[in-house]
Design a protein around this ligand. Structure first.
Ligand code: PRX
Length: 630
């Protein structure tokens, strides 16, 4: 049996890994799918259950509004649950959950199915109908999964807002989605403290109309305000006769919406990315199976948050579609000590760990001893997502965590793509820092300003040249913005917003965003959200935000502020403004630094030139300044 080995900068997986993998020859699969992607996806779709199959795989008659699995009938919740409870998986664990405070729960497919039916019946009793929007605002607890699947089951569209977001972010998302029901937890444990989710929600609801019912899940148990006639405890609803164990499935068209998820774009407010039942299930099911090589006996851990796309696709839907056992952990990686993660991997015998470079760098900082205290021999495959992984972190992850035997799946993708786009599989040779090549069935390229392919190793804009089933369908309520933002700059090609280069071997190397999106610790934020939070403070007249490189976070937020007359710059005001952004958007959006300015560099039409601020901060040449106001 050959061992895994590192030759120069290329890592080759062991024969054992390859022999056990669903895909033993990734290049062969890529070739098979190339130019024949409809057939590739159709074959994968046939592995799932459909109430009625499609007339056609793809309808591209109204580009870029692609449709997949035309006229097929399905419900993703059926494939996640009902399919499994009819088989040997009935009593298999769907989730093993550990709270930050040590609470524990193990939930079989049988039980999860029942809980989802109960929740679905509660939603129905509140008059929730197919197509209604429901906002979910909770921490990492099993009930968030139950709530999402219940929405899917009754045909409602869930809009999950990450529990780390705060008042204004939540308000904006509730209002934009016109949600009728809010599902919230009383609080969440984070670093030994309670994040007061219900309290934040109450403040957001004072700003937003439209919510008729609030379902409150008890997690932390502190006193919360319950508004009579609007707010109801989940555990009380759950014990009513209406919350029975059976709930008929809403039969959905493959193209019916499953969820919207807000994400930051180039300009303006966050946009609601829309995904559908049919194509999304085919994409997430297949990509997780092939890339993390899910087998029946595996215990898989995606350490992301269900509130982001990584959690939607690879905590909730992908694993359940595969009938996998997932681990879910509520709290901070280093609480109460920096070995928390490693101790849980040992305790539960987890086989797969999927996380973000920022978490790896953060844990690496505490030194190897914390890791080495634990037996991590159960690990077989590791994963990375959210931002480029620096070779130093890759090597630490590979050697200290993976003991040089676990291939690292560096997966590049986006909220919009729904699934992994550039990714290795366990049989792929790896280069630290590269996501390797596009997933089978995808044609991607790197182009210049005019949309022409660049030469090997030249930096350019990353584009996708053909459709895939789990692609976003539109921006909810704003088709034009979907066309403008993604499909207009390079006609016929999807613009990712990232820059990248491709080496002689066809391996892709992601460089970073080319727009006003800042990836902070892998979280996606828009300059506009941070700026409008600053400007909403009485002292601020104008504000600009940029991202600057940061050792741990990848990027950190730096802001520039012009004060209104009558306010003076001070350390105290700086701290007040930081807290204000934290309160409005969320702790992740708090600026690293605030500089008080007299003026901001602007174009003659009044647009802030963030690239000039960035170049100045980095001591670089600001480039062409001909459009600068003065
Ligand atoms: O810039 C890329 C970066 O994250 C962006 C997408 O962010 P979001 O929609 O929040 O989804 C994150 C999780 C899928 C991309 O445009 N990104 C994501 N994965 C990687 C990455 N950058 C480099 N390497 C990755 N593996």
């Amino acid at each position: 049996m050959t061992k895994s080995e590192m030759t120069g900068d290329v890592y080759y997986p062991s024969q054992e890994i390859i022999d056990n993998a669903h895909v033993k020859d990734w290049e062969k699969l890529r070739q098979e799918a190339s130019g024949n992607y409809e057939k590739f996806w159709e074959d994968r779709a046939n592995e799932l259950h459909w109430f009625e199959k499609w007339d056609r795989v793809l309808d591209d008659s109204n580009k870029p509004f692609y449709k997949w699995f035309i006229n097929a009938k399905t419900n993703i919740s059926y494939n996640c649950l009902d399919v499994h409870v009819k088989t040997h998986r009935r009593n298999k664990l769907a989730f093993i959950w550990e709270g930050e405070n040590g609470d524990f729960e193990a939930m079989s497919y049988y039980r999860l199915h029942k809980e989802v039916c109960k929740f679905s019946n509660i939603l129905k009793s509140m008059g929730v109908n197919k197509g209604d929007r429901i906002t979910i605002y909770m921490g990492r607890i099993p009930e968030i999964v139950v709530a999402m699947l219940a929405c899917a089951r009754v045909g409602a569209i869930h809009s999950v807002v990450y529990g780390g977001f705060s008042v204004e972010a939540l308000h904006e998302r509730i209002e934009d989605s016109q949600s009728k029901v809010l599902i919230v937890a009383d609080g969440a444990w984070q670093r030994g403290k309670i994040v007061p989710l219900k309290e934040i929600a109450d403040e957001a609801l004072q700003r937003a109309g439209g919510i008729e019912h609030v379902i409150v899940v008890k997690r932390t148990g502190q006193e919360v305000n319950m508004e009579f006639g609007r707010d109801m405890w989940y555990h009380e609803l759950r014990s009513l006769p209406i919350a029975s164990n059976d709930c008929a499935m809403e039969v959905m068209d493959a193209e019916d919406p499953l969820f919207i998820l807000y994400t930051s774009g180039t300009t303006g407010k966050p946009k609601a990315i829309l995904h559908t039942h049919g194509g999304y299930q085919v994409g997430t099911y297949t990509s997780l199976k092939y890339v993390f090589d899910i087998h029946e006996e595996d215990r898989y851990w995606c350490a992301a948050d269900p509130g982001w796309i990584t959690g939607h696709s690879y905590i909730v839907y992908g694993p359940l579609l595969n009938g996998a056992t997932s681990f879910l952990y509520e709290g901070a990686p280093n609480f109460p000590y920096p070995n928390r993660w490693w101790s849980m991997i040992e305790k539960y015998g987890l086989n797969i760990l999927y996380t973000a470079p920022t978490a790896i760098r953060g844990l690496m900082r505490f030194g190897d001893a914390w890791v080495k205290r634990h037996d991590l021999s159960s690990l077989r495959i590791l994963g990375s997502v959210g931002e480029p992984i620096n070779p130093e972190a890759w090597k630490w992850y590979h050697t200290v965590v993976g003991k040089e035997k676990c291939p690292i799946m560096d997966t590049w993708w986006q909220t919009e793509t729904g699934m992994f786009m550039i990714t290795p599989m366990p049989s792929s040779p790896l280069k630290p820092g590269s996501g390797t090549k596009p997933f089978p069935g995808l044609e991607m390229d790197i182009v210049d300003e005019d949309g022409k392919p660049v030469k090997p190793n030249e930096e350019g804009f990353l584009v996708i040249k053909n459709p895939w089933p789990s692609m976003m369908r539109t921006i909810y309520g704003d088709d034009q913005r979907y066309v403008d933002q993604y499909w207009t700059k390079y006609p016929g090609m999807y613009m990712t917003g990232d820059s990248a280069r491709r080496d002689e071997d066809g391996y892709y190397w992601i460089i970073g965003r080319v727009d006003d999106v800042i990836k902070v610790s892998g979280y996606r934020l828009g300059t506009a959200e941070i700026e409008s939070a600053l400007v909403s403070h009485v002292a601020v007249a104008e504000a600009a935000a940029i991202g600057l490189p940061h050792e741990l976070k990848g990027n950190a937020i730096h802001t520039y502020v012009i004060l209104k007359d009558g306010f003076n710059a001070s350390d105290e005001l700086m701290e007040t403004l930081r807290q204000h952004v934290g309160h409005e958007v969320g702790p992740i959006a708090k600026p690293e630094k605030i500089s008080f300015m007299e003026k901001l560099p602007k174009t003659r039409s009044g647009k802030i030139m963030r690239r000039v601020l960035k170049a100045q901060a980095l001591g670089q040449d600001p480039g062409n300044l001909s459009t600068l106001e003065d």
